[in-house]
Design a protein around this ligand. Structure first.
Ligand code: GDP
Length: 196
């Protein structure tokens, strides 16, 4: 598992603080509490790599994990903390949009959604934005362990239908960090983007 090499590199408050824009990069996005940190940890097979803390201050950064000299994973700030003022939320939204637009090394977005509440407004906005800039987006419908098998299949079918209406570069799969389901499928997609 090449993702097991991922190690914490730095946290950036501004885009200027990111590593040189060379090589290949994948960014993880999602509403806060969707299960993004847990998904990163499951994919990298590393408990505690991404902090599963709920403290807004700590997560409002772009966290960079390096896999090797030319491959990186970026944990984007979780979106939608009620306790974060609207002005700060707008600031982060603009920063994320700018990051998505200008980052040449960015190969794709992993969008994390809670299987019980998929495709909320933020998710749709993210998909629309990615479609507008031709950026591939792979949706992890996580916490799938909270659904029965048939509920999961139904949710997956609905999400696939909705996302393909938004973007031709969007894909989706079921995932569970606690049950470790869908982890290999996710690694395969990310591996394609990273050329591994
Ligand atoms: P983040 O805010 O998006 O980074 O979300 P976290 O990874 O911190 O997870 C939020 C909450 O959901 C935590 O209480 C996790 O234990 C829980 N959680 C995350 N992934 C899963 C999963 O696959 N299954 C279940 N049942 N719970 C999960």
């Amino acid at each position: 598992n090449p993702f097991a090499q991922a190690a914490y590199a730095l946290s950036a408050h501004q885009l200027e603080q990111l590593p040189d824009d060379s090589g290949l990069e994948i960014a993880f996005a999602g509403r806060s509490n969707a299960g993004k940190s847990s998904a990163i940890n499951a994919i990298c097979d590393h408990v505690g790599l991404a902090r599963t803390s709920k403290t807004p201050g700590r997560t409002q950064q772009l966290v960079v994990f390096t896999m090797d000299s030319s491959r990186r994973l970026i944990d984007l700030p979780g979106y939608g903390y009620a306790e974060v003022p609207q002005k700060l939320r707008d600031h982060w939204r603009l920063l994320i949009d700018k990051y998505l637009r200008i980052r040449d090394s960015l190969r794709g977005i992993v969008l994390i959604m809670d299987a019980r509440h998929p495709l909320k407004e933020f998710d749709q906005q993210m998909l629309t934005f990615c479609a507008a800039i031709d950026l591939p987006c792979h949706c992890l419908i996580t916490k799938a362990d909270k659904l029965t098998f048939s509920e999961g299949q139904k949710t997956l079918a609905t999400v696939k239908k909705q996302i393909t209406a938004i973007s031709e570069h969007a894909s989706a799969q079921l995932f569970s960090s606690s049950k470790k389901t869908g982890v290999e499928e996710a690694r395969k997609q990310l591996g394609l983007w990273l050329g591994i």
